[in-house]
Design a protein around this ligand. Structure first.
Ligand SMILES: CC(=O)SCCNC(=O)CCNC(=O)[C@H](O)C(C)(C)COP(=O)(O)OP(=O)(O)OC[C@H]1O[C@@H](n2cnc3c(N)ncnc32)[C@H](O)[C@@H]1OP(=O)(O)O
Ligand SMILES: O=CC(=O)O
Ligand SMILES: [Mg+2]
Length: 712
């Protein structure tokens, strides 16, 4: 039973109230009276609007369902469909051209193109690591992964592999920082003379790439280079195990990696009540005040991790150059859908969680604004808002932020918005969505995972969808990705804001990342998501190869490539000549991913997991990937591609597979042979009740079942 305290008509769980009053408010410049009054007004005034927006989602979905049901046996008519979507107000008219006029944007968002790391905020160890992932060792990233084609051998340092890594990194240096008529591979000495870097006795082909050094000019401890705004630090240490063997004493190459990082309160966490929300908010507070630390066991040692300090160099002109040691941090709030029992309103209903996130995460960010040289040097707060459906919902977010700014005594538009372009009604109305928050837009990002889930749910009644792998290959997704960039550029985001691309969802496949993720900067994205610091370091190499600002200029000049009609091309299965094996394999794949993810969510409160697929490839699973898998099976069930009995049989078999995959986890509770646990029931609910879930989201089922588990 939650103990609650009354605050201006809100019934607040005691642990949340205590956290706010004893930790978040002191030093923020906001009094408890003002905070609770503002919070209560926000929660009570905006709840009916929030509810109305959700009702509008249902109303439109219902009309779309009916439209498809009425035309089941006729060929799809794209023109009639387009007119219908306009008639019902799903598709809104596009207004006059405009540019965003967001101000006070940090360079990490506006001008420096680079990787964006996402991390579950409830895991302090990971969150600290993410903030510190601004700099990563290129030697470690190559040595410790499959990036060069093989995995490191078990046991101690492999000298042969080490030598290949050093040679590979020298190739990167030659490509990125060429020296006329020489190679970094042959250099014996890097030194500074009269403000210029000399490599042996030659300057870099472009001497302006020399950005600074540390130590003595004649024999620096570190040399700092810069390319496309991203820094690279050559670390010299002849006493180091690597440096001792290197002719130039080069011990490591550390590169700017996670230029920005999203501290995620949404799809990668499992926060269902006050206890969970306080954990998330406490970590955010530590990040914003700069005092978060975590002690844990690693490799038989006790390690304490804290936030990295800024890095100080001597500039070429002899002055001091300070570079940030941490990624620029953004916080992802939850969307408009969920409520949370951490706070109850006067009528006893639960607070909309998005309103609570806005109020508390922005209060906490005031600690950063109050100090010099913290997270945002420009004086902004960056909030990523997911899962909005169309311009009215973006306008609503803008209003929430304005209300919170006023309540907390912040200037209007201090808080910037990152718009996740991940619901179909947002994609098809993207320009109007950006317009609705044009004074504070700092990013748009194609969250293609949620977007795929919404694609299936929106057209659930239109027929069976292609297999998951083939949905990705159809025209709609290219149109969606291209249009996002085109519209971002049309709305003036170049040089001001991020046009971002989605997650690399295979956390252990770094060779494939190196080969494939260069497509993101090539497509004009000035950031793209990575799941880990190592992935950030390797993806950073792509931004050294591709000058995104130039790509964006070319795309702008080339004009629009994608139109809404292409986005509306529903990726239904065309021939449906699947063999029974193919159908069952597809369901197995989806069921296994759902079960592997959900069992940790429900039983252990882990919101993002690595789950091996049936061929053994580890996949990042979060609520968005789970949404796709669940909606896919729900769609095939609904259209009779597979029966409920078959799905039940596959689930039982896959539960055994997942049990085996987790056999080494002492906290793990097997699902088989009883199949009567809460987690198993949750996984089945997601599928069997999938069609009835709002927009096909997984949150309602997961929250309800996790609360049930906690109560039990
Ligand atoms: C659709 C969407 O919304 S995508 C956005 C949501 N997804 C995410 O946020 C993905 C974030 N990534 C993760 O949570 C994790 O990388 C997972 C779950 C995919 C894999 O986790 P694990 O299996 O524990 O990773 P693994 O064992 O390979 O590596 C753990 C190490 O990497 C670090 N690490 C892994 N991911 C991250 C991360 N995102 N940020 C910072 N550090 C990380 C950990 O700190 C740990 O290092 P440490 O021992 O020094 O602390
Ligand atoms: O949030 C990201 C997505 O792909 O969904
Ligand atoms: Mg998403």
């Amino acid at each position: 039973m939650t103990t609650r305290v009354e605050k201006n008509g809100l019934q607040v769980a005691e642990e949340l109230a205590t956290f706010v009053e004893t930790q978040a408010l002191p030093g923020s410049g906001v009094s408890a009276e003002d905070f609770w009054e503002g919070f209560s007004d926000l929660a009570h005034d905006l709840a009916p609007r929030n509810a109305a927006l959700l009702a509008r989602r249902d109303e439109l979905q219902d009309k779309i369902d009916q439209w498809h049901i009425a035309r089941r046996d006729t060929a799809h008519d794209p023109d009639a469909y387009l007119e219908f979507l306009k008639d019902i107000g799903y598709l809104v008219p596009e207004g006059e051209p405009f540019h965003i006029d967001t101000t006070k944007i940090d360079p990490e968002i506006a001008t420096v193109a680079g990787p964006q790391l996402v991390v579950p905020i409830t895991n302090a160890r990971f969150a600290l690591n993410a903030a510190n992932a601004r700099w990563g060792s290129l030697y470690d990233a190559f040595y410790g992964t499959d990036a060069m084609g093989s995995h490191p051998p078990k046991g101690g340092y492999d000298k042969g592999r080490g030598a290949r890594v050093v040679a590979r990194v020298r190739v990167f240096l030659d490509e990125t920082f060429p020296i006329d008529g020489a190679s970094h591979a042959d250099v014996r000495r890097y030194h500074v003379e009269k403000g210029a870097l000399l490599v042996d006795d030659k300057p870099l082909s472009d001497p302006a790439q020399f950005a600074g050094y540390r130590g003595r000019a004649k024999a620096p401890d570190a040399v700092l280079l810069v390319n496309h705004g991203l820094h690279v630090e050559l670390v010299f240490d002849r006493g180091h195990v690597i440096g001792a063997r290197d002719q130039a004493g080069l011990a490591d190459v550390r590169i700017e990696s996670a230029v920005s990082a999203i501290m995620d309160c949404e799809d990668s966490v499992a926060c269902v009540d006050a206890e969970d929300k306080v954990l998330a908010y406490r970590n955010w507070l530590g990040l914003m005040k700069g005092d978060l630390s975590e002690t844990f066991e690693k490799g038989g040692k006790t390690v304490t991790r804290a936030l990295a300090e800024d890095r100080v160099f001597t500039a070429p002109d002899g002055g001091e150059l300070t570079l940030k040691g941490r990624a620029l941090m953004l916080v992802r709030n939850v969307g408009h859908l969920m409520t949370n029992p951490a706070v109850l309103l006067r009528d006893g209903s639960e607070i909309y969680e998005g309103l609570m996130d806005a109020m508390v995460t922005m209060l906490i960010a005031k600690h950063d604004l109050a100090r010099d040289g913290g997270n945002s040097v420009a004086g902004s707060v960056y909030v990523v808002k997911p899962k909005m459906h169309g311009p009215d919902e973006v306008a609503f977010t803008d209003e929430i932020f304005t209300r919170v700014e006023a309540a907390l005594g912040m200037a209007q538009y201090t808080v910037k918005i990152g718009i996740m372009d991940e619901e179909r009604r947002t994609s098809v109305n993207l320009k109007e969505c950006i317009r609705a928050a044009k004074h504070r837009v700092a990013f748009i990002n194609t969250g293609f995972l949620d977007r795929t889930g919404d694609e299936i749910h929106t057209s659930m009644e239109a027929g069976p969808f292609s297999r998951k792998e083939f949905i990705k290959r159809k025209g709609w997704i290219t149109a969606y990705e291209d249009q996002n960039v085109d519209i971002g550029l049309e709305c003036g985001l170049r040089g001001k804001a991020q046009i971002g691309k989605g997650m690399w969802a295979k956390p252990d496949e770094m060779a494939a990342l190196l080969e494939q993720k260069i497509e993101h900067p090539r497509a004009g994205a000035n950031c793209a998501w990575v799941p880990s610091p190592t992935a950030a370091t390797l993806h950073a190499l792509h931004y050294h190869k591709v000058n995104v600002a130039e790509v964006q200029k070319k795309l702008e000049a080339g004009g629009k490539r994608a139109y809404v009609t292409a986005l509306l091309d529903i990726p239904l299965a065309t021939y449906r000549r699947w063999t029974r094996e193919q159908v069952i394999r597809e369901v197995e794949n989806n069921a296994q991913g759902i079960l592997g993810y959900v069992v940790r969510w429900i039983d252990q409160g882990v919101g993002c997991s690595k789950v091996p697929d049936l061929s053994g490839v580890e996949l990042m699973e979060d609520r968005a990937t789970c949404r796709i898998s669940a909606q896919h099976i729900a769609n095939w069930l609904h259209h009779g591609v597979v029966t409920e009995a078959e799905v039940g049989e596959v689930f039982r078999r896959m539960a055994k597979v997942v049990d085996e995959q987790n056999a080494d986890d002492p906290l793990y509770q097997p699902m088989a042979p009883g199949y009567n646990g809460i987690a198993y029931a949750a996984a089945l609910d997601l599928v069997l009740k999938g069609r009835q879930q709002p927009s096909g989201y997984t949150e309602p089922v997961l929250h309800a079942r996790r609360l049930e588990w906690k109560a039990a």
